[in-house]
Ligand binder design. Sequence first.
Ligand code: ATP
Length: 250
Amino acid sequence: MSLLEVRDLDVRHGLLQAVRHVSLVVGSGETVALVGANGAGKSTLLRTIAGAHRPVGGSVLFDGGDITRLPAHKRVGLGLGLVPEGRHLFLSLTVEENLRVAARPGYWDIERVLDAFPLLRERRGSRAVNLSGGERQATAIGRTLTTNPRLLLLDEVSLGLAPVAVDDLYRSLRTVIDQGTTVLLVEQDLGRAMAVAQRVICMLEGRLVLEGRADELTREQVTEAYFGLGRIGTEARSASAPATPAGGAA
Ligand code: ATP
């Protein structure tokens, strides 16, 4: 049974159409990774699901109900929890205060979050401004977890973080996933995305160009979709693929 269903979604930023005719479902208990190059529309899609952008077409259904026109704060009440890119912590508050600020009753209380993110336990009294990038991301995820979301939307989990910090975060994320939380995450690192998710969805220039089970897709298939290589000739291919996706997927 699908917890989230996106139907034929179109989202614009002014004249720019950032999301084009996107349809997808996320099943209850599933972990789905949304991958794609910079500017592919991943954050816009995630933010639209959370209610931060209003689509110009299509619809978003959560647990069978149409939430397309519902304001963001009401979506939190239904169980949608977004960890935005850039983390947006209250920097003058401590880790624990950040975790308490939006807490709602449920499985994820402060102690369980600190168990899942052990590096935060010794930092619980530190102000967010003094945290490392990895600790800030852990606090941001923990803060959303304490709202006890039924669907956790994670934007750019590993962006700008040292590999060792990313390893820690993904270990913690595994605990969260194993506990049963449904997760839709944006991740530029294909290796991480394919390792953590059951299903991978790839976007290119606002469109959904590939979708499949992580254990059935090859790195090559995802990399081709990531860069749109299937659409162009071999000659253009070498000229238009200046870099591999983070994690060296190519
Ligand atoms: P990134 O990894 O760089 O965040 P992304 O796949 O998440 O990329 P989006 O951030 O959704 O992509 O951006 C999709 C397109 O929309 C890009 O061309 C981007 O420049 C544009 N865009 C995103 N946010 C805005 C905004 N607030 N105003 C105008 N254009 C925007």
